[in-house]
Design a protein around this ligand. Structure first.
Ligand SMILES: Nc1nc2c(ncn2[C@@H]2O[C@H](COP(=O)(O)OP(=O)(O)O)[C@@H](O)[C@H]2O)c(=O)[nH]1
Ligand SMILES: [Mg+2]
Length: 454
């Protein structure tokens, strides 16, 4: 209860809080459980997320001191106003018939940049610092563009920490088969094959973090501009694993959020996520080099079935990006990829060129249903391993390696979309699993090359 806690604030790790944060922290005083929401131009959707989070806090944790924090980029669309003006906690208490012991507190602030760089990661850093300064036991972070969040998500993400002693709770959701392409093609298979943990959504965006892990995050000395942006999610997951923290997954049902088409929207995000992944793979070598195979990670929550809405993907654009890659980053491919990988890639590029011609003919374009292009699992696993090795050997700077990988990722997604065009979400899931096994099979080769002198 509030009056039994010491009034002095625990000392925050790292630099002192800037004045604006310090004031907010002093006003709140102390909190046991906190939901943090990063945002950037999310006025249309954040109201629902804030309401669901508030309801979850008071409904499932009525004995804890709850806090909601929105860290916004200074959005011009009124995102912060929506958070502060959404129905107050007494509305939640009325509609849910709960009488929480502690009043829910809300903060919405514009977060400071980290070394001059803003983004989702910078927003989360502010959220970590507030959580640490207040000494919260469990921090839940959720994205502000979620449509499918319900109050129970707060319990599902904080419960394993407060009841089960876990430190990091990663989400498990049903996503439409063509949503989450960076996860499906890179972060899931790489995290699984390197660290041996089958964490299906390492960059899902909705996580639970213990107070201990928040402190560990703030004590890490490896923050970069990419981590201040969309590199944050893989950084959180990898730092938790490499730090030896207890990790689990939680079943959240469907993830429905603002859709993105890989070719049009995901290039910069891919670079930030994969650039971070390449760096962390070098930093945490001792945590993965000896790991063989993989195993399941504990799962919390009741199984649920959900059918997320479909999203469209422009396959012609993806193939076009792949084919044009030869002219724009072909020299980097030749530097970074092993000769055998390059040989197989040449074959795939020839097929892509033929498919692209057929699909983009002005008179009678070939339909997706008739497309035959494929991008083999093993080739993709070798490409990603070769890029990890190239980063370790410093063959090219990380930003050039990642830029070289982008058209290949687009090509791999094109192959996945063509292969799964008639499949159910569940059938497409088995293709993702097959690919993850290919990454595990490629691991001994990766380890061999990693340890060899170039
Ligand atoms: N504060 C802040 N939040 C951001 C920024 N960019 C993205 N976000 C938030 O990060 C979350 C995830 O972003 P989103 O674009 O939905 O990415 P995706 O769902 O992972 O593809 C959302 O809550 C965004 O509002 C930013 O520059 N600043
Ligand atoms: Mg989103």
């Amino acid at each position: 209860m509030a009056d039994q806690r010491p009034t002095a604030l625990p000392r925050p790790v790292g630099q002192p809080l800037p004045d604006s944060l310090h004031e907010a922290v002093e006003r709140v005083g102390t909190a046991d459980i906190m939901v943090g929401i990063p945002s950037f131009r999310n006025a249309a959707t954040i109201g629902h997320v804030a309401r669901a989070a508030q309801a979850g806090l008071v409904q499932y944790f009525p004995d804890l001191r709850p806090l909601l924090v929105n860290a916004d980029a200074g959005s011009p669309d009124g995102t912060q106003r929506v958070v502060l003006e959404t129905e107050p906690p007494d509305y939640i208490e009325r509609i849910l018939l709960v009488r929480p012991r502690n009043k829910l507190q809300r903060i919405s602030l514009t977060y400071p940049e980290v070394d001059g760089v803003g983004g989702k990661g910078a927003a989360l850093r502010t959220i970590f610092r507030i959580a640490d300064a207040l000494g919260v036991q469990a921090l839940v972070v959720v994205d502000s563009d979620l449509r499918s969040i319900v109050p129970e998500w707060v319990e599902l993400l904080a419960g394993p920490i407060l009841k089960g002693g876990f430190d990091y709770v990663a989400p498990l959701y049903s996503r439409y088969k063509w949503d989450g392409t960076i996860t499906n093609t890179v972060t899931y298979p790489v995290t699984r094959s390197l660290y041996g943990l089958r964490i299906r959504q390492p960059i899902g965006g909705d996580f639970g973090v213990s107070g201990d892990l928040v402190r560990h995050y703030l004590a890490q000395d490896d923050w970069t501009p990419d981590v201040s942006k969309f590199g944050i999610d893989i950084w959180m997951t990898t730092s938790a694993i490499a730090g030896g923290f207890a990790v689990c997954q939680t079943r959240l049902g469907a993830k429905v959020h603002d859709p993105k088409d890989p070719g049009a929207d995901l290039g910069p995000m891919f670079s930030q996520v994969v650039g971070t992944l390449l760096r962390l793979t070098q930093e945490h070598t001792s945590a993965w080099l000896g790991v063989q195979g993989s195993h399941d990670v504990p799962v919390y929550g009741f199984e649920r079935f959900a059918d997320p809405p479909p999203l469209a993907i422009d396959v012609v654009r993806l193939l076009d990006e792949l084919v044009r890659g030869r002219a724009t980053v072909g020299d980097a491919w030749a530097r970074a990829l092993a000769p055998s990988t390059m040989q197989q890639l040449d074959q795939v590029l020839q097929e892509a060129t033929l498919e692209l011609d057929a699909m983009s003919r002005a008179d009678a374009p070939r339909a997706l249903e008739d497309a035959t292009f494929g991008f083999p699992d093993e080739l993709w696993a070798h490409i990603v391993s070769d890029v990890l090795i190239a980063a370790k050997r410093d063959l090219l700077p990380i930003d050039r390696l990642v830029a070289a990988l982008v058209p290949l990722y687009f090509g791999r997604v094109a192959g996945f979309v063509i292969e799964t065009r008639d499949q159910t979400t569940q059938q497409a899931e088995s293709v993702v699993e097959r690919q993850a096994r290919a990454f595990e099979q490629a691991k001994p080769r990766l380890v061999r090359h990693w340890e060899e002198q170039p």
